[in-house]
Design a protein around this ligand. Structure first.
Ligand SMILES: NC(=O)c1ccc[n+]([C@@H]2O[C@H](COP(=O)([O-])OP(=O)(O)OC[C@H]3O[C@@H](n4cnc5c(N)ncnc54)[C@H](O)[C@@H]3O)[C@@H](O)[C@H]2O)c1
Length: 206
């Protein structure tokens, strides 16, 4: 895939890994839509990087919000052939802490953002990519998800995070198999935790 021909949506694009993806793609000439909740940071980034980058406020846990954002990106760019899922939260919490059992709402929120949000974007982006004219190679698009080393080696304090990221790993193969016939790749990266010792320290505190 030629990056300068890419029409990309990057969730969590206002910060961290997502922002780095936005900068890399835009620097290589791609059109990029930043899907994030953070209007200040996302808007500032889009203004800094110029015409090929737009910020579209998006809550990846919402069907309506994400559908509207995907539609907007397709309208602005004339299509979508890259979706990068970086939106995520890594709040630590023990199943049973000094304060008592983890509130189910805490577990649910992490799973909603990290896992359900990833699937939400993947399904809506793929629906648009299927309509792309294939390149000479047959490729119509690529969906890149972000899991974590915690999907395979979760630490104390990470039951919600690890479960959500293991879910992202789990949905990768069935989606890749489903979309292969359309020339859409689905891949997932599993970065190592920045500051694992920090996470272990936090786990001791809670
Ligand atoms: N930083 C690390 O060391 C590390 C390691 C492994 C995996 N990861 C994963 O990489 C991804 C990016 O991590 P990061 O460190 O860059 O995080 P970050 O906090 O810098 O960025 C995450 C972004 O996601 C956005 N976001 C949160 N909820 C959202 C929602 N509902 N809808 C839309 N956007 C939402 C936030 O506003 C933020 O801009 C995450 O999925 C994280 O779990 C990070």
């Amino acid at each position: 895939m030629n990056i300068k021909d890419c029409m990309a949506a990057v969730t969590g694009g206002a910060s961290g890994l997502g922002e780095a993806c936005v900068r890399m793609l835009s620097g290589a000439g791609a059109k990029v839509a930043v899907f994030d909740l953070q209007e200040d940071r996302g808007g500032k980034l889009a203004r800094e990087l110029g015409n090929n980058v737009v910020f579209i406020k998006t809550d990846v846990t919402s069907d309506e919000s994400t559908q509207a954002s995907v539609n907007k990106a397709v309208e602005l760019f004339g299509g979508l052939n890259v979706a990068i899922n970086c939106a995520g939260v890594g709040d630590p919490g023990k199943a049973v802490s000094k304060k008592g059992p983890m509130p189910l709402s805490f577990f649910n929120r992490v799973v909603q953002i990290n896992l359900v949000g990833t699937f939400n974007v993947a399904r809506l982006a793929a629906e648009k990519m299927i309509r792309n004219q294939p390149q000479d190679t047959g490729e119509r698009g690529v969906i890149i998800n972000t899991a974590s080393i915690a999907a395979f080696d979760g630490q104390i304090g990470q039951p919600a995070y690890s479960a959500s990221k293991a879910g992202v790993v789990g949905l990768t193969l069935p989606l890749a198999r489903e979309f292969a016939e359309y020339g859409i790749r689905v891949v997932t990266i599993a970065p190592k935790l920045r500051g694992l010792s920090r996470m272990k320290m936090k786990a001791k505190e809670i």
